[in-house]
Design a protein around this ligand. Structure first.
Ligand SMILES: Cc1cc2nc3c(=O)[nH]c(=O)nc-3n(C[C@H](O)[C@H](O)[C@H](O)COP(=O)(O)OP(=O)(O)OC[C@H]3O[C@@H](n4cnc5c(N)ncnc54)[C@H](O)[C@@H]3O)c2cc1C
Length: 614
């Protein structure tokens, strides 16, 4: 196709539309078929489900497995664990729901061909920690994708979904989505009775530590662009805990994971002078968060806190002591294999910096913040809970349905439920799909209607950056700086700088306050105004443009939530300098937001946290 002519409009009708074919999307697609034998199930993915999402290059461990068949853990134990790690605030109903079903998902992975390591003595899955089991996981994603491919009526790869469509006959009901093919440029209109959003978390909203020649390297997948949040936000779905961004302690420069090293190789950390430092910060941390510091295991954010403080006190760098463990040839092999299965880049960085962990203790650092709902963090959409378990206030219809009718979510999309990881995200996709099938069946003939006016208007908006570039390009003879358009990379860097400096990124040591946040919101509003002047050279840049739109909306949400919660609940993830302490009296609650796309205003409220499990 020429860029400006001959573009086709492709209509795809579905009973259930799954947006994003990562772990949760594959789970949703698979399970939709199980319950909806005769339904039309369509999975739409901006990349190719074979190797898309955060699990694209494989994993070395499945981080959420109860082991109920051997009586290792019960779902209640997992809820207690996640609640403790998130400093008291999780949706226990949703977490319990995942935990009680997650083992069956893992058994399916094994049945489909995923090699899971076994303990030679017991024959059980080999544990890395209390919740983690070890896998040979290079092909984890292709294996899961195959199950989804076989279940789907159609998988539409290479379609970037930019907007959801709403029903023209019934307010607050979803009716489908629109997007464009990133290879052909064709415009896609999806009409669906129910939509499941499973479009992953958000990296690159805060400036990464890796800039310049290292730009693009982040811990979370660089292609996770916040669509999971922006798509529901645009249509007025309520969001929760968006302030709860995650910061990770990782090997420096390669973002290599440390879990297997701590848990399996039994390594430990020390400061630049070879001293143990965590205990030094005990009193300081206790003054901020009270007895949360005495909990076991110590919440993830508080472990970051000690590291951040020690470095700020001038006693960095923090190093992981690997020299001892690596004297054991078996442990040395496990240490390297851990990267080869999921973060080859870390091995390459070490090689390039002359670091052999057998002889040099490698440096650790804390990452830039990420927004996601499935790791040790729980940002995302506010969803209805399971009928048999959720308190009445958390139920308004179908399990995992957001506050928009017919709009479901799973994985990083859904808020309040940390520690789902790959297996829990897949499981939540299955749970959402079962409910979505019921929703479609209950709907009968009362199907949503799509407005032609709405999608034709969106079509103009979506492709406008190509036109801006075509026209504006004539005003300059060379280079990338134009008086009339902004390139997506420039917009991205501006966003990252705003979030970094005003909303608690690395350059301020994760510190922010009400004044900074309000200024951040003003700057974000200016960036949003300039988004009308985006210029896209080609379809690739058009995709970058829409990813940036999504990142900005997610960032605005993060900033509003951070401003609303007047306490420092998770030191080590971020600090409100004007409210440095955890305040259980006022803030032992969820924060909720709702965006009004007609006025551009955000409404904030609190929701109660119900402790269902003792
Ligand atoms: C570095 C790293 C290490 C991890 N390690 C582990 C581990 O060891 N063990 C473990 O169990 N878990 C691990 N996880 C967590 C696990 O990967 C996530 O919990 C899980 O992938 C979340 O599933 P999801 O479906 O929500 O998101 P994803 O799996 O990321 O899927 C999102 C999908 O949506 C697509 N998409 C996004 N936007 C759009 C759009 N606008 N239109 C169409 N498609 C779109 C993406 O391309 C992607 O395919 C790790 C994650 C990361 C980043």
């Amino acid at each position: 196709m020429g860029l400006f002519g001959g573009r086709k409009t492709v209509f795809v009708d579905a009973d259930i539309l799954v947006i994003g074919g990562g772990m949760a999307g594959c789970g949703a697609t698979y399970e939709s078929r199980y319950w909806g034998r005769d339904l039309k199930i369509v999975c739409v993915e901006k990349a190719n489900i074979e190797r898309s999402g955060a699990v694209a290059q494989g994993l070395y461990a499945i981080n959420c497995y109860m082991g109920m068949q051997w009586g290792e853990n019960q779902p209640e134990d997992h809820v207690r664990y996640a609640r403790n790690d998130l400093m008291g605030l999780v949706r226990e109903d949703l977490g319990y729901d995942i935990a009680r079903h997650v083992d069956s998902s893992v058994h399916k992975f094994e049945e489909w061909g995923l090699p899971i390591m076994k303990d030679p003595k017991t024959g059980r899955y080999l544990r890395e920690g209390k919740w983690q089991i070890m896998i040979h996981g290079e092909s984890y994603k292709p294996i899961v994708a195959e199950a989804a491919r076989k279940a789907a009526s159609e998988v539409c790869n290479r379609i970037m979904v930019s907007h959801l469509l709403m029903d023209k006959t019934k307010a607050n009901r979803v009716a489908g989505a629109v997007g464009f093919n990133v290879r052909t440029g064709d415009f896609h209109v999806f009409r669906a009775k129910a939509v499941i959003v499973s479009a992953g978390g958000a990296s690159h909203i805060f400036q990464p530590r890796a800039v310049g020649e290292g730009m693009g390297r982040t811990w979370y997948a660089p292609w996770s662009s916040g669509s999971a949040y922006a798509l529901p936000i645009q249509v007025g779905a309520k969001m929760t805990q968006m302030e709860n961004r995650i910061v990770l302690t990782r090997f420096k420069d390669g973002y290599g994971p440390v879990g297997a090293y701590f848990l399996h190789l039994k390594t430990y950390t020390q400061n630049g002078y070879g001293e143990e430092y965590e205990s030094k910060w005990y009193d300081d941390t206790r003054a901020l968060v009270g007895d949360y510091i005495d909990r076991h295991p110590v919440p993830t954010c508080l472990r970051n806190h000690a590291l951040i403080k020690e470095v700020a006190a001038g006693r960095g760098p923090i190093r992981m002591v690997t020299k001892e463990a690596f004297q054991d040839p078996h442990k040395e092999t496990v240490g390297w294999e851990n990267f080869l299965g999921m973060t080859i880049g870390q091995a390459v960085v070490w090689a390039s910096q002359n670091i052999d962990p057998k002889h040099i203790n490698p440096e650790l650092t804390t990452s830039e913040p990420y927004v996601m709902g499935s790791h040790a963090t729980c940002s995302g959409a506010w969803a209805s809970g399971p009928e048999d378990y959720a308190p009445a206030e958390y139920q308004w219809g179908y399990n995992r349905m957001m506050t928009v009718d017919g709009l479901f979510g799973a994985g990083d999309t859904i808020g309040g439920t940390a520690h789902k990881f790959s297996s829990g995200s897949f499981t939540e996709g299955r749970i959402a799909a079962k409910a979505a099938v019921k929703y479609v069946n209950d709907m009968g003939k009362a199907q949503p209607q799509v407005s032609e006016q709405e999608y034709r208007d969106l079509e103009k908006v979506i492709y406008q950056p190509l036109e801006n570039y075509r026209v504006g390009r004539n005003e300059i003879v060379a280079g990338t700086v134009s008086p009339s358009y902004l390139l997506p990379l420039h917009g991205l860097q501006r966003l990252e700088k705003i979030m970094d400096e005003y909303v608690g990124g690395t350059s301020t040591n994760y510190m922010t306050n009400g004044v900074l946040l309000n200024r951040g919101l003003e700057l974000l509003a200016m960036l949003k105004e300039d988004m009308d002047r985006m210029g896209a050279e080609d379809l690739h840049q058009l995709q970058r443009t829409w990813e940036l739109h999504h990142r900005i909306l997610a960032s605005e949400s993060v900033t509003h939530h951070t401003l609303f919660r007047e306490e420092t609940r998770w030191p080590g993830y971020y600090y409100r300098g004007d409210h440095m302490k955890l305040d259980d009296e006022k803030w032992h609650c969820f924060t909720l937001s709702r965006y009004d796309r007609n006025t551009g205003k955000w409404a904030m409220e609190k929701a109660p946290v119900y402790h269902i499990i003792d």
